[in-house]
Design a protein around this ligand. Structure first.
Ligand code: SAH
Ligand code: SF4
Ligand code: F3S
Length: 523
């Protein structure tokens, strides 16, 4: 089993643009081997599991050693310039091995592939295949083209693709936590952001395949699922006639339903459903939205359904958008003990004028009001955020507004960046990237310093308290300690204790803290 602290590592990865290498599984001697490296956000890591699934159908097994691979894929990120630089540098390291193995296929997947398209093939001669995030089903065909001596590219974006019917291969898994992708793309057009261009239009995955995946994970012993989307609060699924006539995957299952409607597993009903057939809540054929004058499923409904899959399986989600997070979502979190009391709510800036330039469509006051609602409805909730400093025309006063907002909210954690202009984005077209680099850096340092102080204070709030921790495995720093996450998403370290094993929930009394870690013992 690969030792990865999934929740933190992958979150960190997305933020730092570092790579995670998918771990080797058992391989048969004559199977072709795939090596895949992922950069960027959790969506990319989740997509790599889809890619591995698609290629496993073609007889590929994965390897953790690129020297022995027949195919090397890099699943790339474009969010900031340095994320792309890292990929370019990594590609250079593959040159020597390509020289030795002429049959080796090197592919670039993901957001950078989508952004640069055929240019990638021109600029990086060793690359054979360029594939955008919505074209992974075409990979076997594209690899065949390369084997026939051609370069291959598919960067078509789709309005429908959600890979709903595929079972991801959990290659980078600790067997305890897993991602479930619930939607793809983004329609928000924040002016600084490249994602709407690299991932296309927002679309929600059908709830039946989501629940089925959660049930499969439960049955395989997983204890935590994280629902993924760029803006989970705008999850919306509307059953439409095609959903019931398509012949494959979950749509096929839906075809069993006579009344062309679906069932939301709500409180009470969930119990009935579970008793009658624990594993097939998704096959039920009751209608949802009835009586509410609408026939759609929102994020709060979905959360509730996933929480009902098992009281023993934690549910997390990422990312929420301040303009869309509703009280209904907050009340749903408060109502279910297994939905973690942790919300990542990126603010980006504390200045309403800058937020408007960013096209975030909320003000400082709106954001603070959402924080107030979280604290009222889920008093124990921890909150983290993303902050961009040095956005176009940001003044010193506006930077101070970001600091003052941070002081008001005192986020538990934050991911902080200086603005990196991305070609083709609305901000790149409309505004000058005019905050000098040294000013951006100084502001970023001030923001980081304040956040470290606040993280330390927030961690100290936990001293003397008992946290419920899901044990993930041995701590990376010490073989005599276990590590795991609290409900509030703090990393907790405690001595290996008899009778406790990875995958267990334990109560840990917090006796010491660092900036971001809690240290204690099982009680
Ligand atoms: N969908 C998520 C964010 C995905 S990108 C959301 O809306 O919150 C993760 C973070 O990267 C963003 O929240 C933002 O803080 C940062 N980011 C995005 N584009 C950036 C850019 N051009 N320069 C610097 N940071 C950026
Ligand atoms: Fe980018 Fe904004 Fe969409 Fe997040 S919500 S992915 S920041 S456009
Ligand atoms: Fe990067 Fe694409 Fe995610 S740009 S942050 S990998 S959606």
């Amino acid at each position: 089993m690969l030792e990865i602290d999934l929740a933190s590592k992958q979150h960190d990865e997305s933020r730092q643009g570092e790579a995670l290498i998918l771990e080797n599984k058992s391989t048969l001697p004559n199977q072709r081997k795939l090596y895949i490296e992922s950069y960027g956000c959790a969506m990319n890591f989740s997509d790599s599991e889809i890619v591995a699934s698609i290629l496993s159908e073609q007889g590929f097994s994965t390897t953790d050693s690129y020297e022995e691979a027949d195919v090397i894929f890099i699943n790339t990120c474009s969010i900031r310039e340095n994320a792309e630089t890292r990929v370019r540098n990594r590609l250079k390291q593959f040159r020597a091995i390509k020289r030795e193995n002429k049959n080796l296929v090197i592919g670039v997947l993901g957001c950078m592939a989508e952004r640069l398209k055929a240019k990638f093939l021109e600029e990086e001669k060793l690359v054979d295949v360029v594939v955008g995030p919505d074209a992974y089903r075409d990979l076997p065909n594209l690899i065949a083209q390369v084997n026939d001596g051609h370069k291959a590219i598919n960067v078509l974006l789709s309005r429908e693709e959600t890979y709903a019917d595929l079972s991801p291969i959990r290659l980078n898994s600790n067997g305890i936590s897993a991602y479930i992708s619930i939607m793809r793309g983004c329609d928000n057009m924040c002016s600084f952001c490249v994602v709407p261009f690299t991932r296309g239009r927002e679309r929600s995955r059908d709830p039946f395949s989501i629940i089925r995946e959660a049930e499969e994970l439960r049955d395989a012993g997983y204890k935590e699922v994280t629902l993924l989307g760029q803006n989970v609060d705008s999850y919306k699924w509307v059953p439409h006639p095609q959903s019931f006539s398509e012949g494959e995957g979950s749509a096929g299952e839906l075809g069993e339903s006579e009344n062309k409607s679906a069932h939301v597993v709500l409180e009470g009903e969930a119990e009935k459903e579970n008793n009658s057939d624990k594993k097939s809540a998704h096959n039920a054929s009751l209608s949802f939205g009835e009586g509410r004058g609408e026939a759609s499923l929102n994020f709060a409904n979905l959360l509730e359904m996933v929480a009902a899959v098992s009281p023993d399986m934690r549910v997390r989600f990422s990312t929420s958008h301040p303009k869309d997070i509703t009280n209904e979502v907050l009340e749903t979190i408060a109502k279910h003990h297994n939905i973690c009391n942790y919300i990542h709510l990126p603010v980006q800036s504390g200045s309403s004028r800058v937020l408007e330039l960013m096209n975030r469509t909320y003000t400082r006051e709106w954001y603070l009001d959402r924080i107030k609602a979280i604290r009222e409805i889920i008093p124990t909730c921890t909150i983290s955020s993303d902050i961009i400093t040095g956005f176009c025309s940001e003044t010193e006063e506006e930077h101070q507004e970001t600091l003052s907002l941070m002081e008001l909210v005192k986020f538990e954690f934050a991911y902080m960046y200086s603005y990196s202009e991305r070609p083709g984005t609305p901000a790149a077209k409309k505004f000058a990237d005019d905050v000098p680099e040294d000013v951006k850096q100084r502001r970023l340092e001030e923001i980081i310093e304040l956040q470290q102080k606040n993280s330390r204070l927030r961690a100290q709030d936990r001293l003397g308290k008992v946290e419920q921790v899901l044990v993930e495995g041995l701590s990376k720093k010490s073989k005599t300690d276990y590590c795991g996450r609290s409900d509030h998403n703090h990393m907790v370290i405690f001595p290996v204790t008899e009778g406790v094993k990875p995958g267990d929930y334990v109560n840990v009394l917090i006796e010491k803290t660092t900036t971001a870690t809690l240290i204690g013992r099982v009680v």
